[in-house]
Ligand binder design. Structure first.
Ligand SMILES: Nc1nc2c(ncn2[C@@H]2O[C@H](COP(=O)(O)OP(=O)(O)OP(=O)(O)O)[C@@H](O)[C@H]2O)c(=O)[nH]1
Ligand SMILES: [Mg+2]
Length: 309
């Protein structure tokens, strides 16, 4: 990774990002669609393919049930596609954060377990924001890992963003407080907070996160931060338990699904929206600065079916 400012380069694309899933569980599913009459066995096989894609057993059964009941669909493939699309939440075209008051920055808090891609996602987000002409302050509130602030600094340089960092071991809450101050003083458009990875089962670490959330409330009362849970798409169904625990602690407003390019089981997208009712905002499809795509449900399903650009 270099700290050169980002040159215009190829944007990550969804078709490549979901190539493994398209060739994985979706190809099993599509293979079934060839048969003229869809037997009970074929429906069972479809359900198994969905489970193999990480949709989860309960939801897979519901999708098949809904598809079987769909008399309007012309083919079983179309019925399953309709059932899958209907799980995904409708969303605003314009992703948040909208909550900034005039003259104050919006706040994005990024959370998740260790190594899921939080810092990388923040770097990509900072690049997106900077390219949209918005002024960004990054808060290096992962004071736990010695190299974390340095990693964020490299991204800050790439995005020409400001960064607020304290010494390793400092109180992450103090970093957040200072970063909000800096964001207000410098008339930034957005303050993005990086946090240390933490296991959702460690209550002391989850308490620390709740404290960070309270500090945002205290410094900027009434501003609801965009609180993004970063989920590694290769994690499997355990990701749902993680997400639920973070949701209880800080109240998630969005999910970023990273490493979609590294998994053949992209069905976790459906599971997570179904279970949490929190929208997937972005998907990560690689390690580069442009490999973060706003999540578009229809385009996602089309890409899984091998259609679209
Ligand atoms: N293939 C791929 N790799 C990714 C993606 N997002 C992040 N990574 C890689 O995942 C690894 C971990 O990323 P980090 O951003 O350091 O993860 P983190 O959540 O900040 O980690 P901690 O701060 O240690 O909890 C790095 O090697 C990233 O380049 C993605 O969308 N696709
Ligand atoms: Mg990190």
């Amino acid at each position: 990774m270099t700290d050169e400012p980002v040159e215009p380069s190829h944007p990550g694309d969804l078709a490549t990002g979901v190539a493994r899933s398209r060739g994985g569980f979706m190809s099993r599913l599509r293979g079934l669609f060839g048969s003229a009459a869809f037997s009970d066995e074929a429906w069972d096989a479809a359900e198994e393919a969905l489970i193999a894609g990480d949709i989860g057993p309960g939801l897979a059964a519901r999708v098949v049930e809904r598809a079987r009941a769909d008399r309007a669909a012309e083919t079983p493939g179309a019925a399953i596609r309709g059932a899958l699309t209907s799980i995904l939440l409708p969303r605003d075209r314009q992703p948040r954060p909208p909550s900034a008051r005039p003259g104050e920055p919006a706040v994005v808090l990024v959370v998740g377990v260790n190594g899921t891609g939080k810092t990388t996602t923040i770097g990509k987000l900072a690049v997106r924001e900077a390219e949209a002409g918005r002024r960004v302050v990054l808060a290096a509130a992962d004071t736990f890992r010695a190299a974390a602030a340095e990693q964020l600094r490299i991204w800050a340089n790439r995005a020409a963003a400001d960064i607020v960092a304290h010494a390793p071991g400092a109180d992450p809450g103090a970093v957040v407080f200072d970063a909000l101050d800096a964001g207000i003083a410098r008339r930034a458009d957005v303050v993005i907070v990086d946090t240390a990875g933490r296991l959702h089962t460690k209550s002391n670490l989850m308490d620390e996160l709740a404290k960070i959330r309270r500090i945002i409330d205290k410094r900027m009362p009434g501003v609801e931060p965009e609180t993004l849970f970063v989920l590694d798409a290769t994690t499997g169904q355990n990701g749902l338990a993680q997400a639920a625990a973070f949701h209880r602690t800080v109240g998630l407003t969005g999910v970023v699904l990273t490493k979609l390019d590294s998994t053949a089981r992209g069905g976790i997208v459906f599971a997570i929206e179904d279970q949490l009712s929190v929208p997937v905002r972005y998907v990560g499809v690689g390690e580069g600065p442009r490999d973060l795509l706003p999540f578009d449900p229809e385009a996602f399903v089309a890409a899984l079916y091998g259609e679209g650009p």
